[in-house]
Write a protein that binds this ligand. Structure first.
Ligand SMILES: Nc1ncnc2c1ncn2[C@@H]1O[C@H](COP(=O)(O)OP(=O)(O)OP(=O)(O)O)[C@@H](O)[C@H]1O
Length: 232
């Protein structure tokens, strides 16, 4: 553990953010955010548009670097992570991007299968797992389709299936139900609750009031880059 803040031990936390600030030029996207997320917690992140939800998730999946402060993920200081550890860490994090980020040259099946392929799973294991996920998100009939032929909601379902396919320890989902009707949103949330029940830590950024109030999960609220409610 490489922690500048040894006085603040929390053995249950899998994610620890200490006084994290993120600036984009003069724009303050996150302002002095401190947050612990326990292993196997299911947490919602909410707040108005521009509050910093996507930025916070981006810092956790290492799509961006922090300006000040420290993030420990599974005890590893993200600012000091050797480059060679990066693929290992990323394999343990499933991400549902706000804009899906499916690979346009791969089919739906192959987009979902990629994580398992990289992890060295065999064809039979991949077929079984991807088949199960496609059935669950009701996209079996589109297994051979390419992303550009899918609706936003369909791409979102594929993105969620892809994020959980490799059984990651941590799942970070940015508005995973944003483009979905109520029934599709329910299916997606069931998948996320399912991977949580199997031991994963799940963070979901959402504006969706109905979703937030449908379960008794911790809700962390951001406003203008600051945490205004830790939901504890
Ligand atoms: N790459 C960037 N360059 C400049 N400013 C950025 C960048 N990314 C985010 N910001 C700014 O940082 C602030 C936080 O943005 P962020 O996308 O994290 O908000 P959000 O809470 O996820 O919003 P939304 O709910 O609309 O997705 C906003 O003011 C945004 O304009």
């Amino acid at each position: 553990m490489d922690n500048q803040y040894p006085e603040l031990e929390n053995k249950n936390a899998i994610i620890r953010m200490f006084h994290v600030t993120k600036r984009y030029g003069a724009q303050l996207a996150l302002n002095d955010v401190s947050l612990d997320v326990d292993a196997n917690e299911f947490l919602f992140l909410t707040g108005p548009s521009g509050a910093g939800k996507s930025t916070l998730l981006k810092l956790l999946y290492l799509a961006d670097t922090i300006s000040e402060g420290q993030i420990l993920l599974k005890g590893m200081n993200l600012s000091r992570l050797p480059k060679k550890r990066l693929p290992f860490l990323r394999r343990n994090i499933g991400v549902v991007f706000q804009d899906y980020k499916l690979i346009p040259t791969r089919t739906v099946f192959d987009n979902i299968a990629l994580v398992m392929e990289v992890a060295g799973a065999n064809a039979k294991q991949i077929k079984r797992k991807v088949g199960y996920l496609l059935r669950t998100v009701e996209m079996e009939h589109k297994a051979g389709a390419f992303p550009q032929s899918l609706s936003g909601g369909e791409q979102q379902r594929v993105a969620v299936a892809r994020a959980i396919c490799g059984d990651p320890d941590i799942v970070l989902a940015d508005e995973p139900t944003g483009s979905l009707d109520a029934e599709s949103a329910r299916v997606i949330m069931e998948l996320l609750f399912g991977i949580h029940a199997r031991g994963a830590t799940v963070m979901v950024a959402t504006h969706d009031e109905a979703l937030l109030h449908s379960t008794r999960r911790r809700i962390v609220t951001l406003k203008q880059g600051s945490v205004v409610d830790l939901g504890l």
